[in-house]
Design a protein around this ligand. Structure first.
Ligand code: NAG
Ligand code: MN
Length: 426
């Protein structure tokens, strides 16, 4: 009798133990899947198969664990808050030197001293302070002073405390070169850029994300191309600043592209593009831009209709601008001799719902203005309600297309991006 009781107790204990184990396992799995959910698609697109040694985010986290030697809840909290390793960013501080990632042929190039001047426009919303400051200081230290008209910062209603008085105070250091505009309501990236551009006085607008570090002689190659033809819009090569280690990594030269879902992606460059007299330093025709980082003549930006101000937050505006440039008489190039490092905010845990809504709306606007008879290729894989979603009044944009005498999407497919038509509707 006693034996049976002990046996029962023993079995009970084992069963309870099993339940606890199952519960813990479940809890851990849940945490991992939550983690995966917050891992957002990088805005500038990871270089995917092109980047050397891509490490999966989970591997990076465990590496970081080893660096810290202990599990640190504060570390994860900041990782999700800022989207990258803010602990290392603070250690790097306000400025640092990054490796020169230019090719030999680029290092030997010389540029005219008489180039158009640049206004660098940087919009931010709740950026990590040191990353923002390194963006500004790298621009100021690595741009020839006579070519840098100003840096315009647009604060899109940030809530972080250190971006308030502390930022005003620290920017005094660059007195005269930096203008700070604070939006009084959340405008989103697209309208913030238009606001920044409207306050610029340099010949060329250079848009940068707020978590970049420019490289040596980054500005001159961009200005040089636009000086020859103001209807050319240029992007630097975007080097990778690792979001975990903040190590600066050289990127291969790739071009910007997209599929029928209109999501930006990097694409290989055809070798004939580099056959010209300037070899691998020749600017490369690009069907699309990644969005955050490009230079455009200020008057040309206004002439071709800036951005679609009916678009919200961000998403799709880069493809819309790319199509508008090509279809309305301009050209888009990647300039291999100009390099800018960028941190992908892979871990940002922001509320995705408003962004998804904004993106759907933005895509619908762009599809209905620019895609002509190819609209259905976009809708093919989308849920059916997509077609009946509201996207606001686009008549101003269709008028603009008429006024500028833009070519058809068929022309774009035939002339600029024939590879897209052959792609499956996927
Ligand atoms: C759309 O906007 C244009 C002006 O850009 C205006 O003339 C037109 O009435 C608007 N259409 C609707 C349905 O609101
Ligand atoms: Mn970015």
């Amino acid at each position: 009798m006693r034996n049976t009781a002990i046996q029962c107790l023993f079995c009970g204990a084992i069963a309870a133990g099993l339940w606890v184990a199952v519960f813990i396992a479940h809890f851990l799995c849940h945490q991992v899947s939550e983690l995966q959910e917050v891992i957002q698609e990088p805005r500038i697109g990871s270089l995917g198969k092109y980047a050397n040694q891509q490490i999966r985010p989970s591997e990076k986290i465990s590496k970081q664990h080893m660096i810290n030697g202990k599990s640190d809840p504060e570390f994860f909290h900041e990782l999700f808050k800022y989207g990258f390793n803010a602990f290392f960013s603070r250690k790097l501080g306000y400025e640092r030197e990054v490796p020169d990632s230019r090719s030999e042929i680029c290092r030997q190039k010389r540029y005219s001293l008489r180039l158009p001047t640049a206004s660098v426009v940087i919009c931010f919303h709740d950026e990590e302070f040191n990353a923002l400051f390194r963006t500004v200081s790298s621009v100021i230290y690595l741009s020839p002073p006579h070519l840098l008209e100003e840096v315009i910062l647009v604060d899109d209603m940030s809530e972080f405390d250190d971006l308030k008085e502390k930022l005003d105070y620290q920017l005094e250091f660059f007195r005269g070169k930096v203008k700070l505009i604070r939006n009084t309501k959340r405008e989103g990236l697209i309208r913030s850029r238009v606001i920044g551009a409207s306050r610029a006085s340099g010949d060329i607008l250079v848009f940068l994300d707020s978590h970049c570090e420019v490289n040596k002689v980054w500005l001159e190659p961009l200005l040089h191309v636009i000086a020859k033809d103001p209807k050319i819009v240029v992007c630097p090569v975007i080097d990778v600043i690792d979001e975990m280690t903040l190590e600066y990594k050289t990127s291969p030269v790739v071009r910007g592209a997209f599929g029928w879902d209109l999501k930006f992606k990097w694409d290989h460059v055809f070798s004939y593009e580099m056959d010209g007299p300037e070899g691998p330093s020749t600017p490369i025709r690009s069907p699309a831009m990644s969005g955050g980082i490009f230079a455009i003549h200020r008057h040309y930006f206004n002439e071709i209709g800036q951005y679609d101000k009916g678009m919200d937050l961000y998403g799709g505006e880069n493809i819309e601008l790319s199509l508008r440039i090509w279809m309305c008489g301009g050209q888009l190039f990647i300039v291999p001799c100009s390099r800018v490092g960028h941190i992908s905010k892979t871990y940002l845990a922001e509320d995705k719902f408003p962004i998804k809504v904004a993106m759907a709306r933005n895509y619908l606007r762009l599809v209905n203005v620019w895609l002509d008879e190819y609209k259905d290729n976009f809708f093919f894989k989308k849920p059916s309600f997509y077609k009946s979603m509201a996207y606001g009044n686009i008549s101003e944009r269709t008028e603009l297309r008429k006024r500028l005498g833009c070519k058809s999407f068929q022309w774009y497919l035939d002339t600029v991006f024939p590879e897209l038509e052959k792609r499956n509707q996927a």
